[in-house]
Design a protein. Structure first.
Lengths: 557, 260
């Protein structure tokens, strides 16, 4: 179950101005922010004193002045407000990595699994309110299972209570969103003005009233409602869309559908961007511009002794669409030609449209990279390592990083668990001391292993003779030489720590059987690594009641 | 085998398995009935052995350590298995020396091989294919030559030979050499840890292959295919000339190297 916190700053714009310019907003006088609207100047924000005097955002300045002659007015600064809200959202990262601004005066934070760090959701909310209060902001907080419900609680759960003593926190305990929200007004559903008018006309004022209403009934009622003031929903098709919007929002709030959210992206560590007024259309033009950007970025990184690990190229087209390409490198690099070459491979199917008028190259992740001397050093090791790292980057860039790997051994007697793949970072190609395999002791391993053992029909001596004849992939093979058995017991500790329960029961039963491995050779020179799962006499085998089964597991060559 | 005294290090070498008939059938039987496992097994053994030799040669020449690249296709991995780390010890290839790339299509595999050759920093590049057309074959050959990196290509036995190769090998599996502890082998004469009838004569010994050289660019062959029966020694990690007939003992015991 996910948990979301919605922070609403009811007097954000005016409190921000009070903080940014001390003295601009006198606390003991009614003060408002104004902006020019369609019919003259209108109020966009009011301070606490003005609110007590009955002023509300949206009122015309002329009306407000008539009520309070000594009103202090300031021009609204929506751009500065947006910047400050963005900064607040960034600082809210302490409560959860996924967060972003919500409208012009709110922030949402996903706090799934975070609240215990603050001593529960109550503690988290108290911490949050206290921090915002120190910064000079009034807050209202809603906590719920869905972002929509948290939004509704933050903005509309407090209105019912009277006085300033109302708690700034409105939590919905997990799983109880529906009951808590029932009393909230329909405005909390984030619907358009026309929809709200329609809902009110139908007498639907509380969210709880919508719960029992079937979807079809709502659409029908919307269509049939008549009256003045419904300019927005004149046509029947539009009405249906509005009804769909209501149902869709309700589903999102109650968690029946997932609401897509865009969390705040981390800012790039280094960003180089350049605009091209004429627009780049040809591939050559784009590549040449990209080369310049990359050289600038690499020079910048050179001064800081850093190399890039993840790089993002953003291309903005003339018609306001954008494309992004992200590449990763296996080791820190500030080699402009290499980076450009990797980007070029991904650019091959780029649609430049009507031209590209801005390109931005951002280093998303950098790592320290001190200067390496490669020119005078006659030893080729470093040059080879560099070339190999570049090769790995290009392969991983096109095929995916998990497709290029080296093998490592794992301490396990079960053959299929004895190796794992690992990234090739820092692969030296150096020779290590090898122990020759012990031929004759039975501990031989094939160089090729089938991804899943294939069952075979076997004629073998009972109880533990090697196969004399077997049939694999519909071909009967006569065995002329054999070595074995090498007995491998199941790893009993895997059965008690519960990990095997995740696998299918059949796989567990299979893994739990004793295996006897044989290296066998057929008359055509094919060499196979086969095993018998289980024993003929049932002995120490937990599954003694079932007959043993034979499998091919590996191929020698 | 690959190096100053052996095969051309800047060339593409094609390895083809020989097609085998399943037991009990005669004539040319194609399709799912044909037994590919043994044939491919021999070719892959030969390829791994060549990789091992190349890595050894580089180390012996005192050159900087560099890894080899093995490119495998997803479909073939499902069919004939993936490289298994503990088994590489028999070929003397350390895990740090083998970089593995897994691809979905032959097109991707060709691209990987060409990129790897052009990097010029790998000891050897190897890949498995059904067949390679003229243009990609030529591209691989040029890349291998320009960057002095040998390229091994395993191709399907029934497809036509690849163009622009420096050499082409046809590999046939052979039953393995007698086990050192088996009766009649020289090792047993001294120590005799296994008495008669102990079953040691049924143990598999060293890998043996019949390696046929079908084409050699450096010295065109006059029609005849030169064949050699070799066995892979997993202690010294080199080939030996093997006795062709099972009952005969091993050859002189000296490592077999081409000097062409």
């Amino acid at each position: 179950m996910k948990r979301f916190v919605s922070v609403w700053l009811p007097r954000f714009a005016i409190e921000r101005m009070a903080r940014a310019r001390p003295g601009a907003v006198p606390p003991d006088k009614a003060c408002v922010l104004i902006e020019s609207g369609r019919h003259g100047l209108v109020l966009t924000a009011v301070n606490e004193r003005a609110e007590r005097d009955g002023l509300r955002p949206g009122l015309r300045l002329a009306d407000a002045r008539a009520a309070i002659p000594d009103l202090v007015t300031r021009a609204a600064e929506p751009d500065a407000d947006a910047r400050h809200l963005h900064a607040l959202a960034r600082s809210a990262g302490r409560y959860g990595p996924n967060r972003n601004t919500e409208g012009t005066d709110g922030i949402w934070i996903e706090t799934t699994g975070v609240a215990h760090l603050f001593g529960g959701e109550g503690g988290l909310a108290r911490d949050l309110v206290e921090r915002f209060r120190c910064a000079g902001f009034t807050t209202r907080i809603g906590i719920a299972d869905t972002p929509g419900a948290a939004f509704a609680l933050a903005r509309h759960a407090h209105t019912g209570r009277s006085g300033d003593g109302a708690s700034p926190l409105a939590p919905a305990p997990p799983g109880q969103t529906q009951t808590v929200l029932a009393g909230c007004p329909v405005e909390a559903l984030r619907l358009s003005e026309a929809t709200l008018v329609l809902l009110k006309r139908l007498g639907l004022r509380r969210i709880g009233q919508l719960y029992a209403l079937p979807r079809a009934a709502l659409v029908r009622r919307f269509r049939d409602v008549k009256g003045r003031g419904l300019t927005g929903g004149a046509r029947a098709g539009d009405r249906e869309e509005l009804a769909e919007a209501v149902v869709g929002r309700l589903d999102q709030v109650l968690g029946r559908t997932v609401e897509p959210l865009q969390p705040l992206a981390e800012p790039p560590l280094r960003l180089i961007q350049k605009s091209y007024p004429d627009g780049l259309i040809t591939h050559e033009g784009i590549m040449s511009a990209l080369g310049d950007l990359a050289v600038t970025l690499c020079n910048d990184l050179d001064g800081r002794d850093e190399g890039v690990r993840r790089l993002r190229l953003s291309l903005f087209r003339v018609d306001n669409t954008a494309t992004e390409i992200v590449i990763g490198t296996s080791r820190a690099s500030r080699d402009a030609t290499h980076l450009v070459r990797m980007l070029e491979e991904r650019l091959s199917d780029l649609d430049a449209g009507f031209g590209i008028d801005m390109m931005a190259l951002a280093a998303l992740h950098v790592a320290p990279l001190t200067g390496r001397q490669t020119q005078l050093d006659s030893g080729s090791a470093e040059r080879h390592a560099q070339a190999t790292a570049h090769l790995v980057d290009r392969l991983a860039n096109r095929l995916g990083a998990d497709r290029i790997f080296r093998l490592a051994t794992v301490e396990s007697h079960i053959p299929e668990r004895a190796q794992r793949r690992q990234p090739v970072d820092g692969m030296t190609g150096r020779r290590v001391a090898l122990t020759p395999p012990n031929r004759g002791t039975g501990a031989v391993r094939p160089p090729f292993l089938l991804s899943r053992p294939e069952p075979i029909d076997v004629v073998a001596e009972i109880p533990d003779g090697p196969p004399a004849r077997f049939r694999w992939r519909r071909i009967s093979r006569r065995v002329i030489r054999a070595n074995g058995p090498e007995r491998i017991a199941p790893e009993w500790w895997r059965q008690i720590d519960g990990r095997s329960a995740e696998e299918s029961p059949a796989a567990t039963a299979h893994a739990a059987r004793v295996r006897d491995y044989y290296e066998i050779e057929d008359e055509r020179g094919g060499r196979y690594w086969v095993y018998r799962a289980g024993l003929y006499d049932g002995g120490e085998d937990a599954h003694g009641d079932r007959p043993p089964m034979w499998f091919v597991h590996g191929l020698f060559g | 085998m690959i190096g100053p005294a052996g095969l051309d290090p800047g060339g593409v070498h094609e390895i083809k398995p020989v097609r085998l008939q399943p037991a009990g059938t005669t004539g040319d039987v194609a399709g799912p009935c044909a037994d590919w496992a043994a044939a491919w097994g021999a070719a892959r053994t030969f390829a791994l052995a060549l990789i091992s030799r190349r890595l050894h040669m580089l180390a012996a020449a005192g050159e900087a350590a560099r890894p080899a690249l093995w490119c495998q296709m997803r479909a073939r991995v499902d069919d004939l298995g993936e490289i298994y780390a503990p088994g590489l010890a028999a070929f003397g290839i350390a895990l740090d020396q083998l970089m593995i790339v897994e691809v979905d299509t032959a097109r991707d595999a060709l691209w990987v091989l060409e990129e790897a050759l052009c990097a010029g920093s790998l000891a050897l590049v190897a890949g498995t294919f059904e067949a390679i057309d003229l243009t990609p074959a030529r591209r691989l050959a040029l890349a291998a030559q320009a960057h002095a990196t040998p390229c091994l290509v395993l191709t399907h036995p029934q497809t036509p030979a690849m163009a622009a190769t420096a050499s082409r090998w046809r590999v046939t599996p052979l039953d393995s050499a007698p086990h050192p502890f088996a009766e009649g082998s020289p090792a047993v004469a001294d120590r005799s840890p296994a008495g008669p009838g102990s079953g040691a004569d049924r143990l598999p010994g060293a890998h043996r292959l019949v390696v046929g050289l079908e084409r050699l660019r450096a010295r065109p062959l006059a029609g005849a295919v030169s064949q050699a029966c070799v066995s892979w020694c997993d202690e010294t990690f080199c080939f030996r000339m093997a006795a062709a007939v099972r009952d005969r003992t091993d050859g002189a015991g000296t490592p077999w190297r081409r000097t062409a």
